[in-house]
Design a protein around this ligand. Structure first.
Ligand SMILES: N[C@@H](CCC(=O)N[C@@H](CS)C(=O)NCC(=O)O)C(=O)O
Length: 288
């Protein structure tokens, strides 16, 4: 048997060991689902949360975000692809999906009908909006703006990010931090929030119940889109990048919410979110 080293390297966040089981950051999951959909061999480099900046700088990838005070905010995922000549490292989940579709258009789960291997089918229903004044969700790269189909997916991605980010206080205390770097990570998250008590980042009691109901309201429009097909994906049997955008966040909430609350979310609106999460885990969820 011959083995060769994959020419794609995927940089993902290392949570508590075993990292393969506990990986749960939403933006990396969007990309991992897309990589697994394309079924292109890749390997993962696991990066501790406090090391993301130094790893990104070592790859010469500019920061994808800025903090409110204007300082650099370095993030994952990053993908390098040595099989494409002169391809610079790609440091944004949406750009990674565009890269995969551009350079591997025929790769994917459908060997007979390659048209079904498109991450960005033009007729996917993407009319979902969630408006917030919050500034803390991640802006996407601007590469998609000249193509109306990509622009529609990017817009969808931004609104889904906004909906979940607004409710992230529900999950912050459930983050499976690596004990080796947990104290450093907590200090950094508290610095960003301008707070000094880790427990106070979470939300409890009646305020928590209200936030869960608010999340349900925020996700109703998504349930409408996914409920419009036979499922489990937004287009029915064939997955596309919209499934991976929503699926990335479901992955995070599925891992970080207390079990009973996740079961509640998974059962909302006839179980659309639970069905999607389960299908993604089963079909595109392998961690290599
Ligand atoms: N627009 C970027 C945002 C990436 C992003 O926000 N990544 C988060 C994980 S989901 C991160 O790396 N956070 C590092 C940190 O909080 O220190 C993308 O889509 O790739």
């Amino acid at each position: 048997m011959t083995t060769s080293t994959p020419s794609l390297t995927f940089y993902d966040i290392a949570f508590r060991p075993p990292v393969e089981t506990n990986t749960c950051a939403p933006n990396p999951w969007k990309s991992r689902y897309a990589l697994n959909f394309k079924a292109i061999p890749y390997k993962t480099t696991w990066v501790a949360l406090p090391s993301i900046g130094s790893v990104r700088r070592s790859l010469n990838v500019p920061p994808s975000r800025t903090f409110a005070d204007g300082t650099e905010f370095h993030t994952l995922p990053v993908l390098t692809d040595a099989s494409i000549p002169d391809c610079p490292p790609i440091g944004d989940s949406f750009d990674i999906a565009i890269h995969l579709q551009t350079h591997y258009p025929d790769a994917g789960p459908n060997s007979e009908d390659k048209s079904k291997n498109d991450l960005f089918p033009a007729d996917t229903p993407l009319n979902y909006t969630y408006e917030t004044n919050a500034q803390f969700y991640a802006p996407l790269s601007k590469r998609s703006e000249s193509d109306p189909v990509l622009a529609a997916y990017a817009r969808f991605n931004t609104h889904v990010d906004a909906a979940f980010s607004t409710h992230v206080a529900l999950v912050v205390l459930g983050m499976p931090l690596d004990p080796a770097t947990a104290e450093e990570t907590k200090a950094e998250f508290l610095r960003r929030a301008g707070m000094d008590d880790w427990e106070a980042l979470g939300v409890k009691g009646e305020a928590r119940r209200a936030m869960i109901e608010s999340l349900k309201g925020a996700l109703e429009g998504l349930a409408g889109l996914w409920g419009g097909s036979e499922g489990p994906f937004v287009r029915g049997e064939e997955a596309c990048y919209a499934d991976f955008v929503l699926g990335g966040w479901l992955r995070m909430f599925g891992e970080m919410l207390p079990r009973s609350e996740w079961e509640e979310v998974a059962g909302w609106f006839g179980g659309v979110f639970g069905r999607l999460d389960e299908a993604l885990r089963g079909r595109f969820g392998v961690v290599v």
